[in-house]
Design a protein around this ligand. Structure first.
Ligand SMILES: Cc1cc2nc3c(=O)[nH]c(=O)nc-3n(C[C@H](O)[C@H](O)[C@H](O)COP(=O)(O)OP(=O)(O)OC[C@H]3O[C@@H](n4cnc5c(N)ncnc54)[C@H](O)[C@@H]3O)c2cc1C
Length: 409
C-alpha cells in the first residue's frame, strides 16, 4: 500500500488503538489519524469496574500505550475531539472543533454508549453510569465506607461494581427486574450461583423489581420501587446495557441495524469505510446469524484483522471466538459460545466447592461453556466447541477424563 495513503480511525478506544497498532505492524507507511472524543490515550475497559473501581490506581493500569508510543509510531492521536459528521462522497470527516480530515480509507470504532434508565429522577446528581474512565473516577469518589450504593441492573457491570463497592466497605443493594442475575448471558443455575455469592458477601440482591422513580432534594436520596419500601441511597449506579454509536455512519447513508453492518472482512456498505468492535454487527458462522458483540476479545482481534484487510487485497475473514469473562470478588466467570438454545447442562466439578465448569448441550453437541474459577478448562473447551463434534456427557462430567484428550479426539 503506497505511503501517500491516508487512513483515519474514528474512536480511540480499545478497537481503535489496536487497529492503529496493527496497521503499522503490517507495514503501512501512510498517514494514520486516530480520533477520539475522550481526553485519554486508548485504554481497555474491563478494569473500569474491577481493579480501577476497587482500588485507587490510575489509567496506566488500562492504557494500551503511553502517548509517546503514538509519536514514535507516527500515529496522529487527536483526543478530546469528536467526529461530528461524515461525508462519504467527499471522503471527509468533520470534527467538533471544526477541523476536517480527509481519508482514503476510514475505520469506525466508535463503540457504544450506556442505555439510560427511563424513569423520573434518573438525571439527579448521584445517579451514575459506567462506560469510561471518568465514570469510574466519579463513582469511586463516592464509594466511601458505609455509603449506600444501589445498583440498578444485575448484569456483569452492575455485579462487578457491587463487588468492588463491597470491598470498599459500602452497603450495596442490587436491583434486577428479571427473576435472576446475568439472565442474558448464563443459565439460571449460574445466575443462582452468583446470587448466592453476592448474598454471602452481604449484598441485598432483589429480583423481579420494578423501579418507579428516583427521588432526592438536589441529589439522589432514595429509589422508589413498586410494592416495596423506598430504598435509601447515597449513590446509584445504573448498568442496563449499551447502544452502539452507529449514527455517524447511518446519518452518512452507511447501512446499520443494531450497529454498523459489516461483512466478515469488516467492510461496510461503503467500500472505503470499515468498522470493528462493539459498534460492528458482523456475521458469525458458528451462530448462523449476525451478531453485535460487546467483548474485549472482539475489540482486540476483529480490529486487528480489519486493519490488515484495509491495507490491501489479500483478505482474511474474521470469525470471533465468542469468549468473555467477568470477575466478581475472587470468582472468575468465563463464557464461551451462545447459551440461548440448549437442552441440558453438564456439570464438571462441584459448584458447592466454588470451582466448576458447565457444558451447555444441544443433543450431544456443545453449544456453550462456562467456567467458574476453573479457567484451566477453557483452553480445551474452545477446541471442543470449535470441533462441532458429538461428545458423551458422562465423559465431559468425569474429572478423571482430561478435556484436552477429548479435544484431541
Ligand atoms: C466497565 C466495563 C467492563 C468491561 N468488562 C469486560 C470484561 O470483563 N470482559 C470483556 O470481554 N469485555 C468487557 N467489557 C467490554 C469491552 O470493554 C468492550 O467490548 C470494548 O471496550 C469495546 O471496544 P471498542 O473499541 O469497540 O469500544 P470502546 O472501548 O467503547 O471505544 C470507543 C471509543 O470511541 C469513542 N467515540 C465514540 N464516538 C466517537 C466520535 N464520534 N468521535 C470520536 N470518538 C468517538 C468513545 O468515546 C470511545 O472512547 C467491559 C466494558 C466496560 C464498560
Amino acid at each position: 500500500m503506497s505511503s501517500n495513503q491516508n487512513f483515519v480511525i474514528i474512536g480511540a478506544g480499545h478497537a481503535g488503538g489496536r487497529a492503529a497498532q496493527a496497521m503499522r505492524a503490517a507495514g503501512f507507511e501512510g498517514r494514520i489519524v486516530l480520533i477520539g472524543e475522550e481526553p485519554y490515550e486508548p485504554y481497555e475497559r474491563p478494569p473500569l469496574s474491577k481493579e480501577l473501581l476497587a482500588t485507587d490506581q490510575g489509567l496506566e493500569k488500562a492504557r494500551l500505550h503511553e502517548r509517546a508510543w503514538y509519536e514514535e509510531q507516527e500515529i496522529e492521536l487527536l483526543t478530546g475531539n469528536a467526529a461530528v459528521k461524515l461525508d462519504t462522497g467527499g471522503r471527509e470527516v468533520e470534527l467538533a472543533d471544526g477541523a476536517r480530515v480527509t481519508y482514503h480509507r476510514l475505520l469506525l470504532t466508535t463503540g457504544a454508549r450506556v442505555r439510560k434508565l427511563p424513569v423520573p429522577g434518573a438525571d439527579l446528581p448521584g445517579v451514575h453510569y459506567l462506560r469510561n474512565f471518568d465514570d469510574t473516577l466519579a463513582i469511586r469518589a463516592a464509594l466511601k465506607p458505609g455509603a449506600r450504593l444501589v445498583v440498578i441492573g444485575g448484569g456483569f457491570i452492575g455485579l462487578e461494581c457491587a463487588a468492588s463497592a463491597r470491598g470498599r466497605g459500602c452497603e450495596v443493594s442490587v436491583l434486577e427486574m428479571a427473576d435472576r442475575l446475568m439472565g442474558r448471558a448464563v443459565a439460571p443455575e449460574i445466575g443462582h450461583h452468583f446470587e448466592a455469592l453476592h448474598r454471602g458477601r452481604g449484598v441485598d440482591v432483589r429480583l423481579g423489581v420494578k423501579i418507579l422513580r428516583i427521588e432526592g432534594a438536589g441529589k439522589v436520596e432514595r429509589v422508589i420501587l413498586e410494592g416495596a419500601d423506598p430504598l435509601a441511597a447515597d449513590l446509584v449506579v445504573v448498568g442496563i446495557g449499551i447502544l452502539p454509536n452507529a449514527e455517524l455512519a447511518s446519518d452518512a447513508g452507511i447501512a446499520a441495524d443494531n450497529g454498523i453492518t459489516v461483512d466478515a472482512f469488516g467492510r461496510t456498505s461503503d467500500k472505503h469505510v470499515f468498522a470493528a468492535g462493539d459498534v460492528a454487527n458482523q456475521p458469525s458462522d458458528f451462530l448462523g446469524r449476525r451478531v453485535r458483540l460487546e467483548s474485549y476479545q472482539n475489540a482486540q482481534d476483529q480490529a486487528a484483522a480489519v486493519a490488515r484487510n484495509m491495507l490491501g487485497e489479500a483478505q482474511t475473514p474474521y470469525q470471533d471466538g465468542l469468549w468473555v469473562w467477568s470477575d466478581q470478588y475472587d470468582t472468575n466467570l468465563q463464557m464461551l459460545g451462545q447459551p440461548d438454545d440448549y437442552d441440558a447442562l453438564v456439570f464438571r466439578g462441584d459448584p458447592g466447592a466454588g470451582a466448576f465448569s458447565v457444558f451447555y448441550m444441544k443433543g450431544r453437541k456443545i453449544v456453550a461453556v462456562n467456567t467458574v474459577n476453573s479457567g484451566r478448562d477453557m483452553g480445551a473447551s474452545k477446541r471442543l466447541l470449535a470441533s462441532g463434534r458429538d461428545f458423551d456427557p458422562a465423559q465431559l462430567a468425569d474429572l478423571a477424563v482430561k478435556l484436552i484428550k477429548l479435544a484431541k479426539g
